[in-house]
Design a protein around this ligand. Structure first.
Ligand SMILES: Cc1ncc(COP(=O)(O)O)c(C=O)c1O
Length: 401
């Protein structure tokens, strides 16, 4: 047998998914597990989208145009117009197989192997996987839990730029931090890429989930100033609780880039035709749908933040958006603690599953004591997870000593 490629062998396994076999084993033994480990919302998809799925009557189910169906693209166009960005037209949008493909597309279209992309650490772990797929080096710039994971100063960011730097990539609201960059921060990033002639890739898949007094600031606000450099990554997964429909897009004003990205889209022929039909209903989703979810997540965020703060030795900063909290735990190795929770610890036959923080760092040591918590459970369940974690950390401390 020939060996498998080094590049596939070297791809990291997501720290989020790695513990799943342990959870499965615990469930087999009858243990109830509260899943705080995955960003899979527990909220229902919009009724109008489910109805569109039920009434599907096109036979055969054909390919869709590689860059997206006209009805899906025009629904996205309307969505951006609704946000106030009238300059976006369907020509600026490529429909993708969710945000994940848009990230791959953006990296592939902008970088050659050996090129570098700046990211703010901790960052969404799939950025690393995508970068490795294309031979791109992610260059992490540290942010700090005590500063709410906000950006470091301009000099610190600029000091990481080399002749190989092609792009700067960020998510706001952020996964795993929940941080929402201020207008000044987004402007700073825009100024830096403008000065150094870099691409800027903004991942705004959590755009609607910002729980702050100031508005969320989109890269779209600056897109016309840097039309050839700005790339937006978007997704319907979280906004409409459609994670399994695989719907997203890449938005840019750079026609050369769009033309090239379309070649990437053509390589997989088509996105899902039925998925896009579902996605095209987004303009019919009542505003109250998102508003109710926003309110629910805000309450959950408050509950988790206060709950985690009340546990001795735990450090958290108030997340401003998305549905994640990074917490630093009073343990030597947070992954070992997560494994212990799944393998050994039970409170009334219940336990908690979290994502070890190291998976969100290029240097795993930096996130060794941290976990990412996704508050995608109903409030009474979240309350119970705080109770379990409090007791578990006490018991673990005794074991460590
Ligand atoms: C920051 C961020 N970007 C992109 C994605 C990709 O999601 P999808 O491929 O479902 O759009 C995720 C998923 O968790 C995410 O957290």
């Amino acid at each position: 047998m020939k060996t498998l490629s080094n590049r596939i062998t070297n791809l990291p396994v997501s720290s989020i998914r790695k513990l799943i076999p342990l959870a499965d084993e615990a469930k087999k033994q009858g243990t109830i597990i509260y899943h705080l480990n995955m960003g899979q919302p527990d909220v229902k998809s919009p009724e109008v989208m489910i109805d569109a799925l039920k009434s599907w009557n096109q036979n055969p189910i054909s390919y869709a145009p590689s860059g997206g169906t006209p009805e899906y693209l025009s629904a996205l166009e309307q969505y951006y117009h609704g946000l106030g960005f009238q300059f976006i037209s369907i020509q600026n949008i490529i429909g993708t197989i969710a945000g994940s493909e848009a990230i791959n597309m953006a990296m592939f279209a902008t970088c050659d192997p050996g090129d570098e992309i700046l990211v703010f650490e901790p960052y969404y772990s799939s950025y690393q996987t995508s970068a490795q797929l294309w031979g791109v080096n992610l260059v992490p710039i540290q942010t700090d839990i005590t500063q709410g994971f906000h950006l470091p100063d301009r000099d610190t960011i600029e000091s990481q730029i080399t002749p190989k730097t092609k792009a700067l990539l960020y998510s706001s609201p952020g996964n795993p931090t929940g941080t929402v960059y201020t207008s000044d921060e987004v402007k700073l990033l825009k100024d830096i890429v403008k000065k150094h002639n870099l691409y800027i890739i903004a991942d705004e898949v959590y755009r609607e989930y910002a729980f702050i007094d100031r508005p969320h600031v989109s890269l779209l606000e600056f897109m016309q100033e840097i039309p050839d450099q700005a790339i937006l990554i978007d997704s319907l997964s979280k906004r409409y609780n459609l994670c399994g429909a695989r719907l997203g897009c890449l938005v840019s004003l750079n026609t050369e880039l769009l033309k090239s990205a379309l070649k990437f889209a053509m390589s997989r022929l088509s996105g899902g035709l039925i998925d896009q039909h579902i996605g095209a209903q987004l303009t019919k989703v009542p505003e109250t749908y998102i508003e109710e979810i926003q309110e629910e997540y805000r309450l959950r965020r408050d509950l988790m933040y206060k709950g985690l703060q009340s546990i001795p030795g735990v450090t958290v900063s108030l997340p401003e958006g998305a549905f994640y909290i990074m917490a630093e735990l009073p343990v030597e190795d947070a992954e070992a603690f997560c494994i212990w929770l799944l393998e050994e610890y039970r409170d009334n036959n219940e336990t908690v599953m979290m994502a070890p923080g190291y998976g969100f760092y290029k240097n795993p040591e930096a996130g060794k004591k941290q976990v990412r918590i996704a508050y995608v459970l109903e409030k009474p369940k979240l309350q119970r997870t705080i109770e379990i974690l409090t007791k578990a950390l006490r018991a673990y401390k005794n074991l460590e000593n």
